[in-house]
Design a protein around this ligand. Structure first.
Ligand code: XBP
Ligand code: MG
Length: 256
């Protein structure tokens, strides 16, 4: 089936938002709540094994803070939800202050894909506000309209590695997975896209480089630019030195 749409993950794929964005915002929310919790760069590598901010805080409590008395009783749900709302506020402010650029080749590929008539979508675990602020601060106000669907956060009950968020995006676009290429940066993301039936291009980053990406359709260090070629780590980029919409279409359609 020929390529019709590109479906992008956000965190780690469009931009390196985890270490200097989400992690920092979590710490700001903890400090504001009077908690002495600090998520270091190293600790965060373990915490990333759980996707979703609220789920990540819950995991941290269970694994690292077993003696912590949750204010207001046994169920930490409301406490976590409050903390997470504060974290989202800090994250949005951080990006609005000029925080985090897109990864190499992302803006170019999005523009090329639009020009080539490919449809675009987002499938992410993060909160919708976080997607909006990243697109707005890096690509401008109108960029949100480039995407047919922005599937994000709690719109599905099971987050990645479950395939639900990709299935949700596919359904909203009324497209079969065989016509779509997913872009991911993590093993959890790859599993989600794969189990939804999509081929996946993985761009690794510092947190995910050592993970198992043997199921990836193509594995590169980043999407690359004419003056900043990418390195192909697995698969075939047809001899290209950076990922282009035209090249993807050619390679994808050749494989049927
Ligand atoms: C992203 C996540 C998110 C962000 C935080 O994973 O796991 O939890 O770290 O976002 P993926 P929220 O890139 O695989 O979608 O705090 O808004 O949940
Ligand atoms: Mg990701």
């Amino acid at each position: 089936m020929s390529l019709q749409a590109l479906i992008f993950d956000v965190d780690g794929t469009l931009a390196d938002t985890e270490r200097d964005g989400h992690r920092v915002a979590f710490n700001q929310a903890f400090a504001e709540a009077g908690l002495d919790w600090v998520w270091s760069v190293d600790l965060y590598a373990d915490l990333l094994s759980v996707t979703g901010g609220k789920e990540r805080i819950r995991y941290y409590l269970q694994r690292y803070r077993q003696d912590f008395q949750v204010p207001g009783g046994d169920d930490p749900g409301a406490f976590i939800a409050d903390l997470h709302r504060s974290k989202t506020r800090h994250y949005v402010a951080l990006l609005e202050s000029g925080g985090i650029p897109l990864r190499p080749g992302v803006e170019r590929l999005l523009r090329e894909a639009r020009d080539a008539g490919l449809r675009l979508a987002i499938a992410t675990t993060t909160t919708p506000e976080n997607v909006e602020v990243l697109l707005r601060t890096t690509l401008g106000e109108q960029a949100i309209d480039w995407f047919d669907v922005i599937a994000a956060g709690d719109v599905v009950p099971a987050k990645k590695p479950a395939p639900d968020i990709f299935s949700h995006a596919l359904e909203a676009m009324q497209l079969p997975p065989e016509a779509c290429l997913a872009f991911e940066d993590s093993q959890h993301g790859l599993a989600a896209a794969r189990d939804a039936g999509c081929r996946t291009l993985v761009t690794v980053n510092d947190y995910t480089r050592g993970q198992d990406f043997s199921d990836a359709w193509l594995l590169v260090d980043h999407l690359g630019e004419p003056d900043h070629p990418c390195q192909v780590l697995q698969g075939d980029l047809g001899g290209d030195a950076w990922v282009t919409a035209e090249g993807l279409r050619r390679l994808f359609d050749r494989q049927g």
